[in-house]
Design a protein around this ligand. Structure first.
Ligand SMILES: [Zn+2]
Ligand SMILES: [Zn+2]
Length: 214
């Protein structure tokens, strides 16, 4: 099996993170997982830069992929409509900016052929909540460090009812937050395109490493 940490932030490009990419990569090597996806806020690392960093720290021991996370707006209420993780967004296309209206964000993600996952939808005050039922997205996070067990249960219900992909990511901003939750693939994943294919084909399971969350 091939465990991936698919939601993580670096201090180079996320102000809220206390962890440089180097430390994040080192931690993943220590955890002996197969891969890592860096998902900074409104910033997508050039893949070549991450490849070079991964190579210098981990040799060929860890796959490190680039994606990003966008904070969206609900224009009807002028409030936060949750964050969307965007995977396989083209490198020559600027990432969607903060406060993109969620319908527009979902439409752009579709149009461009990327994969959209609502991050921690049931996080208090900072998730999409039941708006996910109306969103044209591919999946939602079930496990995330900002989901208590009750939120996990709500996310599982949405996955069951809407047929979403239900994934798991730690949303790690600090070293000790890495590796709480994994999305585990059946076969090796080397590129962001393969990553998205394996998700779309549902060849994965999710794993909680926290005793309080299942
Ligand atoms: Zn953050
Ligand atoms: Zn995040």
């Amino acid at each position: 099996m091939f465990p991936f940490e698919i939601h993580s932030h670096t201090s180079q490009h996320s102000k809220c993170s206390g962890m440089p990419a180097e430390e994040l990569i080192e931690r993943c090597v220590d955890l002996q997982i197969a891969g890592l996806v860096v998902t900074d806020h409104h910033y997508q690392w050039p893949q070549g830069e991450l490849d070079a960093l991964a190579q210098s720290i981990a040799g060929n021991g860890l796959v490190v992929l680039s994606a990003y996370e966008v904070t969206t707006l609900d224009p009807k209420t002028d409030t936060h409509a949750g964050d969307i993780l965007v995977y396989d967004w083209p490198e020559d296309e600027p990432p969607l900016p903060i406060w993109t209206p969620y319908e527009e964000a979902c439409a752009r993600i579709r149009e461009i052929g990327a994969l959209g996952i609502s991050a921690h939808p049931y996080r208090e005050g900072m998730g999409a909540g039941d708006l996910v039922y109306e969103m044209d997205i591919d999946g939602i996070e079930i496990f995330n460090q900002n989901h208590a067990q009750a939120h996990v249960n709500q996310a599982r219900a949405a996955v069951a009812r809407r047929g979403f992909l239900g994934v798991a990511g730690s949303d790690a901003h600090h070293r000790m937050q890495v590796g709480q939750f994994y999305t585990v693939f059946e076969q090796p994943v080397q590129t962001i395109a393969e990553f998205v294919t394996e998700l779309r084909e549902r060849r994965f399971v999710i794993q909680s490493n926290r005793p309080d969350i299942s």
